[in-house]
Design a protein around this ligand. Structure first.
Ligand SMILES: C[S@@+](CC[C@H](N)C(=O)[O-])C[C@H]1O[C@@H](n2cnc3c(N)ncnc32)[C@H](O)[C@@H]1O
Length: 997
């Protein structure tokens, strides 16, 4: 009996294979504070190897160098330890899809413990189960140390985790003794796991020695060892650790929660509002994107945060200094100037963090309602975060309120409550907070302003548009309209950045008290670009001062889509026609993700540019973008990637492929996809998106982005096939193995033909007697099937035939010269039949032949359109009354009713196969076969390859004759004969052949 692999061996196997236990573990997004975590899919036993903390092994100097280079959110992944008297580090900053780097801290009841394992002469960090771990549990271990902010017993755990970047490496509680694979046995490991199960009180101090130094040290010794280890690892960090300790004693209780960033010693952050590029928010860790976003940066420690993240965690921050003004621009306190709209709002974005904010963070607005906290925050954040001021709703089309009345409203609102949390009425899952604001973002410099018109004066010399607007008379309507436009433009740009990065606050134009507070319920006005509640947007657009006169005919019902329609000179504008195409999608998180992703919308626009004029392709466009939308939703749920631009980054390639596999139902055990074609389609779409980003980068001359996309292309070309498409293609072809052919029987087809003929007759009579939408529909549906069946044409091609196609049918007389080459029967047929040309698959011209009866019936149908309620705008011949669509040629109901033996085989695809196959039996000449293929709209190559006698039949009936002849050694008998001719002569062999025994 084979021995069970020991945990140690198991660890080493996984180390050497650089593999995680993919079938036993999974990544899950927990909340925006903790981020992702690793969860079990199966049970683990005590002592089992769970996962390796993989990354790049580097020395202390390189680690130091990288720590200075990395944004703080990346350096939390650097895990330092001592090995053979040397300080080394595993740098897990690269999002390589491995699991170990995502395991979170738990110091009271961790279920795993970190061990050093030596394999191939190198140290590896591995987690082993401290106890039985049931499926569905989060894997945790004790990071060690004491100063992790999330451990503090404060109300929230929302301290910027990125802040511990420098202190973190020394705080990871890895065993500081090297565990050599020689001296370290599994028994020891298991025993050690048992003995080292930490208790709530002492877990932080427990360090166990195994391997070289067996036995357990006393607590005192261990604390000493940890101290020594601190000094050995990073003296600077150690002293900073001490400094922060002592500082925490000096500052008031509330400031203890200020992240003790040992790099900056910031107990008080000095915030400025800045446009940042590569840094991740210190709280939610997103985004890391080439697109700039607006964040608050501490002037001292250079850390950045999203405004909303900071707001949410602000109750634990000591900002007593109050120095939170921008470097260049002081943002005044509250009063809006006469030209500030004073009506703006900020909305927290929906997204992966939405629920988690609701679940795990204190509700900011509720917190502010508590008196003491309100004072703290008001004193310290007001200048920058004055979104929290309240003003009443204003209609933007109305004249703005005077500053006095605005202030009065502010006071009124404040007296009720410091802020108004409209979302409190909403369900907890829809926890979008609406925070009233007087801030507008300047379109020129991107900074938030409360005195917008006054601020614009600073741009008067550099921007002709601003100069023009500001020279208009102060109280003129024109000036107000143009200021409003510029205000919206700045907010629109801001929102675009927020949406692209997937996090932050959206500025909306005004809030409807009736409507939901979810950001998804806000849309853009096509004219002024103001963001308005969906319910009100049509009404607003009718009256929008910026609506051009020639837009009067524009259908206001057309959906105004989301913010991803970001219009920049480097991206193509999203057309209102595309909005209405996408507006027909089912409203769910996928469609929301689509409309809020800039590059999915850009891809949709490209598809629309190509195929938009063909209405039948609209569904295809929707399908394409929905595939990507599903991928994006998966990425958002399982990773920190929020948008397609981030997903396309080379560093995220593995994450992306994993997400594609997940969406396509990849099973790691069997290496099969549930939806292999989806995986392939996503590969193509991602490539297209990367091309779109490349185009933008080329236009912007953004070398960084160009290089990044080139690297992505290289990865896509070299790795995609290995990771995704190869398996997907094999799955697809394997699915066709041994598939039973389901060709319809000729007698079934005849029954169907007969039945359809009868149905046409009765439907025709009914329509003649009583022309209603119902009788019209009955005739349209049955003739459609009749035409499809007769022509063996693709269902969609006939169904999309237009009235014009029908009216333009070829009714010309037969050319005399041509007719001389035809037989009598053929001539008669030409006189009887009409031929209609249509656009078929891949834009090929295909023909439909109509018998004289069919032509008569279709003419009747056309003549009754108006009476039966078919809209004049509906161009389809088989139009649905009161709709702009057409009927589908579905045989199902007719096939069931006609008495066929195998009604399930009576489908348009099978009927096409039947004619193609029977044509083989007829032994048509090559040119005849090509004519048939042309008529059927088949690519000739495809036709020859696929629509012949079922391969099995050909092999059994024909090739076998050849093989048997060869087996019998009678090759000379079959010389010069076709496969068919061999038949009779060698029939005898069939019985005698060994092949048949
Ligand atoms: C090595 S990473 C772990 C993976 C991380 N959760 C992620 O999604 O990338 C360490 C970071 O995770 C977060 N973290 C780990 N344990 C946590 C806990 N118990 N509570 C809150 N945040 C935690 C902190 O932000 C920390 O800086």
């Amino acid at each position: 009996m084979s021995r069970r692999t020991t945990p140690l061996q198991d660890a080493i196997n996984h180390i050497l294979a650089r593999r995680d236990k993919n079938s036993m573990l999974e990544i899950k997004f927990i909340n925006s504070v903790k981020g992702r975590g690793i969860f079990t899919l199966a049970n683990f036993k005590q002592g089992d190897f769970v996962v390796e903390y993989r990354g790049e092994l580097i020395d202390a100097t390189e680690a130091e160098h990288r720590r200075n280079l990395y944004p703080s959110a990346c350096s939390v992944f650097m895990f330092e330890f001592i090995w053979k008297q040397k300080t080394l580090c595993i740098d897990g900053a690269l999002e390589d899809g491995s699991f170990g780097r995502l395991v979170n801290d738990e110091h009271r009841t961790p279920n795993c413990r970190m061990k050093l394992i030596e394999a191939e002469g190198k140290p590896h960090l591995c987690l082993f189960a401290l106890k039985e771990i049931a499926a569905g549990s989060e894997i945790t271990y004790d990071y060690g140390g004491k100063e992790w902010p999330w451990r503090k017993k404060l109300k929230i755990a929302s301290i910027p985790s990125g802040q511990q970047c420098v202190a973190e490496p020394i705080a990871h509680d890895v065993e500081h003794h090297v565990i050599s694979t020689d001296s370290f046995t599994d028994r020891e490991l298991r025993a050690e796991c048992q003995s080292s199960r930490p208790t709530a009180d002492n877990s932080e101090h427990e360090v166990h020695s195994v391997g070289g130094q067996h036995g357990t040290s006393s607590l005192k010794e261990l604390i000493g060892e940890v101290g020594v280890q601190y000094q050995e690892l990073s003296p600077q960090a150690f002293s900073e650790e001490l400094t922060s300790e002592s500082k925490s004693k000096e500052v008031p209780q509330s400031s203890r929660a200020v992240p003790n960033d040992s790099a900056c010693e910031c107990t008080i952050h000095r915030l400025v509002f800045e446009s940042v590029k590569l840094d991740k928010c210190g709280i939610c860790h997103s985004p890391l994107t080439a697109i700039r976003w607006h964040g608050l940066r501490c002037k001292q420690c250079r850390c950045v945060w999203h405004k909303i993240c900071l707001q949410t965690s602000s109750e634990d921050w000591d900002m007593s200094d109050g120095d939170v003004s921008s470097d260049e621009e002081y943002i005044p306190n509250s009063a809006s100037d006469s030209e500030s709209s004073g009506t703006e709002l900020s909305i927290e974005l929906p997204g992966p963090s939405k629920n988690s904010h609701a679940a795990s963070m204190p509700d900011l607005c509720v917190t502010f309602a508590e008196k003491e906290q309100t004072m703290d925050v008001k004193n310290n954040f007001e200048h920058i975060l004055n979104d929290l001021e309240t003003t009443d709703d204003l209609h933007p089309d109305q004249e703005p309120d005077s500053s006095e009345s605005c202030q009065q409203k502010t006071k009124d609102a404040c007296s009720e409550k410091s802020t108004v949390d409209i979302s409190q009425n909403e369900s907890p899952t829809k926890s979008t907070k609406l925070i009233k604001s007087t801030v507008n973002f300047c379109f020129a410099c991107g900074k938030p302003q409360t005195k917008f018109a006054r601020h614009l004066e600073t741009h008067v010399n550099e921007n002709a548009e601003v100069a023009q607007v500001l020279q208009l008379p102060k109280s003129s309507k024109d000036r107000k309209v143009h200021l409003e436009r510029l205000r919206n433009l700045g907010n629109f740009k801001h929102n675009s950045a927020v949406k692209t990065t997937g996090s932050g606050c959206l500025k909306v134009k005004r809030i409807s008290k009736k409507s939901s507070s979810s950001a998804e319920t806000y849309e853009y006005c096509l004219y002024c670009k103001g963001m308005i509640s969906r319910k009100e947007v049509s009404r607003h657009m009718k009256r929008c001062a910026l609506r051009p006169e020639n837009n009067a005919e524009e259908k206001l019902k057309d959906r105004v889509f989301g913010i991803a329609s970001t219009q920049s000179t480097m991206s193509q504008p999203i057309s209102s026609e595309l909005y209405s195409v996408l507006g027909k999608m089912h409203k769910d998180d996928v469609s929301s993700a689509i409309r809020n992703d800039h590059y999915i919308m850009q891809l949709a626009q490209s598809l629309f540019n190509k195929h938009g004029s063909d209405r039948s392709k609209h569904e295809y466009i929707r399908q394409k973008v929905r595939e990507l939308g599903r991928l994006l939703v998966t990425l958002r749920h399982t990773t920190r990637i929020h948008n397609m631009e981030e997903a396309i980054k080379p560093a995220n390639f593995f994450i992306l492929t994993n997400a594609v596999k997940r969406v396509s139902g990849f099973d790691t055990e069997t290496s099969t996809f549930k939806a292999p074609s989806l995986a392939l389609k996503l590969g193509h779409s991602l490539r297209k998106i990367s091309d779109i980003i490349m185009c933008r980068a080329l236009m912007e001359e953004d070398q960084e982005a160009i290089d990044s996309i080139r690297r992505f292309h290289t990865l896509h070309e070299t790795k995609w096939s290995e990771l995704v498409s190869h398996s997907a293609l094999s799955n697809l072809s394997e699915a066709k193995y041994n598939k039973v052919d389901s060709l319809p029987l000729t007698r079934d087809v005849q029954k169907l033909q007969l039945y359809l003929g009868q149905q046409v007759e009765s439907a025709r009579e009914k329509l003649g007697d009583n022309p209603t939408a119902g009788t019209y529909a009955a005739l349209a549906k049955v003739i459609l099937c009749q035409v499809i069946l007769f022509n063996r044409r693709r269902e969609g091609e006939v169904a999309r035939m237009t009235v014009k196609n029908f009216e333009d049918r070829d009714m010309s007389k037969l050319n005399e010269d041509i007719s001389s080459g035809l037989t009598e029967v053929e001539k008669r047929l030409c006189q009887q039949f009409a031929r209609v040309e249509l656009k078929g698959k891949k834009g090929r011209k295909v023909a439909v032949i109509l018998t004289s009866d069919m032509t008569d019936n279709l003419s009747l149908l056309v003549s009754k359109r108006k009476e039966c309620g078919v809209s004049e705008n509906n161009m389809y011949l088989f139009a649905i009354p009161c709709s702009d669509g057409h009927y589908r040629g579905q045989f199902g109901q007719f096939a069931d009713a006609c008495g066929a033996e195998h009604p399930q085989n009576l489908r348009s695809t099978n009927l096409r196969k039947q004619i193609a196959t029977i044509s083989q039996v007829m032994n048509l000449k090559d040119n005849e076969l090509d004519q048939l293929a042309d008529f059927l709209g088949h690519d000739i190559r495809v036709h020859r390859e696929y629509y012949r006698l079922p391969q099995s039949t050909i092999q059994l009936a024909k090739i076998s004759k050849l093989l048997m002849a060869m087996e019998k050694g009678s090759v000379k008998d079959i010389q010069g004969k076709t496969l068919d001719e061999i038949g009779g002569m060698h029939g005898l062999y069939v019985v005698k052949s060994a092949w048949c025994l």
